[in-house]
Design a protein around this ligand. Structure first.
Ligand code: PMP
Ligand code: GLN
Length: 375
């Protein structure tokens, strides 16, 4: 018996473990390998010495809730009430899980757009609801005809991820208008807008559901300090949602974790004033450009990358192997770990694409591509 019979260990765990086992260069699981800001480490040391080690309020450290509200106002001109519309979560993962558990009922349908991040499906299935996978188009833009066709009276939620993991695609204002028009027909459908890479965009700026009044009223918006402050291991993020939805999400959050790590909240509350999140895009754009230039020398064909720290590349022009086998062989025979794309889809998809994480120092990216040149 299993509540999740067809789910196994996540591909991120599998590939990172394999990378460790074979001492490969790890461009698989998404995390930076460069040092964290010394100022943030100093804040952790400072606060660790003080008596701040007991439970914080369930929804988050109140000054941090205020700062998140301020950041949301500065970034998206959206005024949110820190007491009722913000929730600090144990990573975006917990936020996504709590929101789905709180708002989706048994036998509801939830639309996810493939390729999709793995945690959505598991959370939906654990509610006794049905994930409805709608493929993105070949250029990874939403297929509005297919989404419209998938919607019906049972649809409770649509999950979007912009900027998109794994493809690096970002939404245009036309996409938002399409979504708004569609949701006009379904007043009970909620948008779960996963925006964890919101500050990592390049030529075009990120558009947030925070900026779309009609959507905001029915949205849960997901952010991650892990991505924005290069601290994926801290597992801390937050949700923004209107009070009516947030009341329900808090009911789940309080019995899932009750409250989030106090030391992390104190440190971030200070650090948030020291960083300019709008600079994250140019920081990663340099890495993207550097990595893409190195990759041009290899046989891989690169897709466009508009945001996130992931680059998708196809090997269809030089191998017939399925992507899982190919990714494993890259580790064992060439010493480079990547993420195959098929686990982001429903069963049986043959995509012949890999995802490379370029949130790495230059030396790592150079060494990895030198190895890939041998293919
Ligand atoms: N959503 C997406 C699209 C992600 O890529 C990730 C992390 N890789 C998460 C959610 C989870 O973020 P966190 O580590 O803050 O839980
Ligand atoms: N979100 C990270 C990625 O896409 C992985 C996080 C995890 O391992 N759960 O690589």
């Amino acid at each position: 018996m299993s509540k999740l019979p067809h789910l196994g260990t996540s591909i991120f765990t599998i590939m990172s473990q394999l990378a460790n086992e074979y001492q490969a260069i790890n461009l698989s699981q998404g995390f930076p390998n460069f040092p964290v800001d010394a100022r943030l480490k100093a804040l952790v040391s400072k606060w660790a010495k003080k008596e701040i080690h007991q439970y914080l309020p369930m929804a988050g450290f109140p000054p941090l809730l205020d700062k998140i509200a301020k950041l949301t106002q500065n970034s998206y001109q959206r005024k949110v009430n820190p007491a009722t519309e913000v929730l600090v979560t144990a990573g975006a993962t917990e936020g996504i899980f709590a929101a789905i558990q709180a708002l989706v009922y048994k036998d509801d349908e939830v639309i996810i757009l493939d390729p999709s991040y793995d945690s959505y499906e598991a959370a939906i299935l654990l509610c006794g609801a049905k994930p409805v996978r709608v493929p993105l188009k070949d250029d990874f833009t939403p297929n509005w005809d297919a989404i419209t066709e998938a919607m019906n009276g049972k649809t409770r939620m649509i999950v979007t991820n912009n900027p998109h993991n794994p493809t690096g695609k970002i939404w245009t204002s036309t996409d938002f208008i399409q979504l708004e028009n569609l949701l006009d027909l379904y007043p009970n459908v909620i948008l779960l807008s996963d925006e964890v890479y919101e500050y990592i965009t390049f030529e075009n700026k990120h558009i947030s559901a925070n900026q779309r009044q009609k959507l905001w009223e029915r949205s849960v918006i997901v952010s991650s300090f892990g991505k924005s402050f290069h601290i994926t291991g801290w597992k801390i993020g937050y949700l923004i949602a209107p009070e009516s939805l947030m009341i329900e999400i808090k009911k789940v959050h309080q019995f899932l974790v009750f409250s989030v790590n106090s030391l992390a909240q104190y440190a971030i509350n200070d650090y948030i004033d020291l960083v300019e999140v709008s600079e994250l895009g140019s920081f990663y754009q340099q890495k993207r450009d550097f990595f893409r230039t190195l990759m041009q020398e290899t046989k891989f064909e690169l897709f466009r990358c508009e945001g996130t720290y992931f680059q998708v590349a196809s090997y269809a022009n030089f191998s017939d192997e399925n992507d899982l086998d190919f990714a494993k062989r890259l580790v064992t025979d060439y010493g480079v770990a990547t993420i195959p794309l098929s686990p982001f889809y429903g069963e049986g998809k043959d995509v012949k694409c890999l995802r490379f994480c370029f949130a790495k120092d230059d030396d790592t990216l150079i060494k990895a591509t030198e190895r890939l040149l041998k293919l």
